[in-house]
Design a protein around this ligand. Sequence first.
Ligand SMILES: [Zn+2]
Length: 485
Amino acid sequence: MLLPGVTAVFVRASSPRTAQPSGNRSRLPSSDRPTAVGCVKSALNPPSPADQTRTIRINAAAIADAVSGVVPDAAVLARSSPGALSIIYAGPRARCPDPARPPDRTLDLPDRLLMPGLVNAHTHLDLTHIGPVHHEPGDGFVKWVDHIRANRRSDDDAIDDAVRLGIARSIAGGTAVVGDIAGAPAGRMTVAPARALACSPLIGVSYLEFFGIGGSAADATRRLTEFTRELMPATRRQLDGSGVRLGLQPHAPNTVDLGVYRWAASLARTHGLPLSTHLSETPEERSFVSDAAGPQRELLERLGVWHDSILDHIGKGKHPVAHLLPILETQPVLCAHVNDAPDGAIRTLAGSGTPVVYCPRASEYFGAAEHFGSHRYRDMLAAGVPVCLGTDSIVNLDTPDRISVLDEMRLLHRRDGVDARTLLAMATVNGADALGVDRQLVTLEPGPVLALIPVPVPPGTREPWNDAMMQKSAPEPPILSRERF
Ligand SMILES: [Zn+2]
């Protein structure tokens, strides 16, 4: 549903700034950054003639962001121009300043809570065509992996279609920033998801996933090297100005040799690529890494890639987090899931400054708590681990119409009673930090913002946050001004 008189498209910040994560600060020299081509979004940020700048005031039941928490009876004063939205003021209505001239438009939304666009730090948009799939946790992770392998699309046009569907589902959920995992069909690294993201309103990182263990390790390092030499430079030029960057995603410790992780980490340092991985997700991963046993070993044997060289680094009795420490201590690696996190693992994550993406619905879908107990994201936060939120793919979600961390926030609110500011930090600024995106863009602080998301609440409510968290409907399309004001 559209708000009356409001255009339902995203506003792009005047400059889709991305910050380099610490340890990954290398940048292309300016001479290697030609103008973006095709549908890349640099054209969305032209200088705005003064007469196209408009101000809008929105009076809302409440606003909420990670900096100020929930502010009831609030007002937002914003400036819009083609392709840009900038907050002038967001706070209590009574303190909203009167601009020199009246706003060009005023919206009264007594039944909406407004929040900034959300950050989904771990998702797989190229699986969106599959849709939600019922899964019995007792069937195990390997059976599920077989299902995904059978349904993953292999040619770039079909992948592009799936990612575009995922982008639409993400926007329907109020998402502004993604950490998207670009799967490797038949082992081939593809930039099709990155190109699709660059043509969309979303910004973030497209992490190119790869596998490489035992018999497939040498192939993986060769493909990685070829990618950075051949496909990556031109793709980066095409993405320039889009707010979308390439990254690398070694899949998981049970599918990637430690030596291949090292190789990827060194390429990432050399080329300024962010890194992410799945880590400590399943009991199968734990028994494989610790004991070189279990269904994951059987899977590798079935695929014909098991090689005894794997025993050089696997089967040493280590927890997956300890196993990966040589990589984590060299540079930031965004680690998805970490369902299995004993005290020592949390200390390692905190000590190495490793950010974690918790995907609450995915953890429930696979029954992680039955194996490892409740997810320890609150202990991680208390220990100083930056924890953000992700959805994983739509396959494990209960919301076929959207892919959104709003629903992860709602689950944690209902199940664990987590306070608003913690949820908002996990759903916005922590994810932005982890993806190297300027956190300002996902707050309501004065300055550029990517989007304003309205969530319906009952008119006159005294508990707008609780009402927004307890309902199950999608947020409305982002509020925006670009064409109307
Ligand atoms: Zn994943």
